[in-house]
Design a protein around this ligand. Structure first.
Ligand SMILES: *Cc1c(COP(=O)(O)O)cnc(C)c1O
Length: 389
């Protein structure tokens, strides 16, 4: 069955005892043993919970993997995957990386002896150049956050496989609706399900999918041992969000496409980062490996002094961290999500103090463009009054 159908039907039929269409939420932390040495399959909720399992099976199916795992946050999911590495191991990582992942790599793993090198993973020669005898993994975001760099997942996975490295893809921006890295050769897919998968800015969650049962066993061991599992109520909220993922992603992309084109035509917006734009360097690779370009748009304004005026003058679009919900949100990466990344590294990858990131929601496109137009015009008048662009 097609992904739209599988999404809408998650959980339906899972409770034959009552026929519930919406799957029940099992809050029980423990489960009775029928007899000594016997189990219903459920013993204790950290180890396995029926509601969490429904979600875990669903995400494994959607990503085309062997097993799925639900964590208390995207960062808990990232961390669980990175515990597969040992002191002395080296990982090659996309250089325009989610700030929290960078923080885990630099401030938690590096002191433990696990090192990372950051390169543009869209350029295979940069990956090759960064490789050492100790390299054991390749960690990719595509598109990256926030400058929308595109990496060729299939080419990266092939290279990694030929060297015996693990390929991990953070698929938060695309979701399995648009992009399925395991089909392209990746070993592990990670999500901040807080974003598009949940979709309503009301649940914090992370998901991991492994391509093979063997990797699944290793992640399961970490999940059960460390215990940063997703609670049943949140697992249910995520299932509910997933049911409408296809519709939401289509509208997110439609709106983002329109806004990217509109921004690109403005003379006070010198640069727009959206993989669907003809002038985006990764457009062809993105079009080949994904069925859509997503709902995230970043852009530079011509003068950093415009930024506070824009943020203060937006009426519909909310100035807030995060992304992927039905409501449009504007973020200032240099001061928020990427604040932990040193300024020279940030500037080198384009996360300057002139960059804004927009998570385009599912509102009416006319209202979104009106709001952006008013805020940008106002900021331009305040900062550049009299000046010609
Ligand atoms: C938000 C995000 C994360 C972290 O997820 P949390 O749910 O906030 O812990 C990781 N990767 C990407 C790409 C994200 O956007």
């Amino acid at each position: 069955m097609k992904i739209e159908t599988r999404l809408a039907q998650i959980g339906n039929g899972s409770d034959p005892a009552t026929g519930a269409i919406s799957a029940p939420i099992y809050h029980s932390t423990t489960f009775a043993h029928p007899a000594l040495g016997e189990s219903t399959g459920y013993d204790y909720t950290r180890t396995l919970n029926p509601t969490r399992r429904l979600l875990e099976d669903a995400i494994a199916d959607l990503e085309g993997g062997a097993r799925g795992f639900a964590f208390a946050s995207g960062m808990a999911a990232v961390h669980a995957v990175l515990t597969l590495f040992q002191p002395g191991d080296h990982i090659i990582v996309s250089n325009d990386l989610y700030g929290g992942t960078y923080r885990v790599l630099e401030q938690i793993l590096r002191p433990l002896g696990i090192t990372a090198t950051y390169v543009h993973t869209g350029h295979l020669e940069e990956i090759e150049a960064a490789a050492t005898d100790a390299t054991k993994g390749l960690f990719i975001e595509t598109p990256t956050n926030p400058t929308m760099q595109i990496s060729d997942i299939e080419a990266c996975s092939k290279l990694a496989q030929s060297r015996g490295w693990l390929t991990m893809v953070d698929n938060t921006f695309m979701t399995p609706f648009f992009q399925r890295p395991i089909d392209l050769g990746a070993d592990i897919v990670i999500h901040s399900a807080t974003k598009y998968l949940g979709g309503h800015n009301d649940v914090l969650a992370g998901l991991v999918v492994t391509a093979t049962p063997e990797l699944g066993e290793r992640i399961y061991f970490v999940q059960n041992s460390i215990g940063a599992v997703l609670g049943p109520q949140d697992a249910w909220l995520l299932v509910r969000g997933l049911k409408t993922l296809a519709l939401r992603m289509e509208r997110h992309m439609q709106n983002a496409y329109a806004i990217a084109g509109w921004l690109d035509a403005r003379d006070d917006v010198p640069k727009v980062y959206y993989p669907g734009l003809d002038n985006h360097p990764g457009r062809d690779v993105c079009a080949r490996q994904a069925s859509g370009f997503g709902g995230m748009v970043s852009f530079d304004v011509i003068d950093a002094r415009m930024v506070p005026f824009i943020l203060e003058h937006l009426k519909l679009i909310t100035f807030a961290e995060s992304l992927g919900g039905v409501e449009s949100l504007m973020t200032y990466p240099a001061r928020q999500t990427h604040f932990d990344i040193p300024e020279d590294i940030r500037n080198a990858i384009g996360v300057t103090d002139r960059l804004l990131r927009l998570s385009v929601g599912i509102e009416h496109i006319g209202d979104l463009i009106d709001d952006l137009a008013e805020a940008l015009d106002y900021a331009r008048d305040r900062v550049l009054s009299g000046a010609r662009l």
